[in-house]
Design a protein around this ligand. Structure first.
Ligand SMILES: [Zn+2]
Length: 83
């Protein structure tokens, strides 16, 4: 028998060069932290450029080590809510 744990993450895209990032949602969406793009150096507000948000499901074995990760569900982003 394996246990399960979850992580809510957001996919963010740099508005200048288009590089994708994945951050924990509490950091990108709840906190709305500014991040700096590692490719082009642009600093932008992560919350404004969230393009997807999803729940990752971790399968954790008896030994406490994660065995497998999969996408459990897509969560509505704020951009979709204001449609
Ligand atoms: Zn960039």
């Amino acid at each position: 028998m394996s246990e399960k744990a979850w992580l809510d993450v957001a996919v963010i895209r740099c508005p200048v060069c288009g590089r994708y990032y994945v951050e924990a949602s509490w950091y990108a969406v709840e906190l709305g932290a500014d991040i700096e793009c590692g490719d082009c150096g642009t600093e932008f507000n992560s919350k404004k450029y969230v393009i997807d948000r999803l729940m990752l499901e971790f399968e954790i074995g008896k030994n406490g080590l994660a065995q497998k990760v999969e996408i459990s569900e897509h969560i509505k982003t704020e951009a979709e809510d204001t449609e």
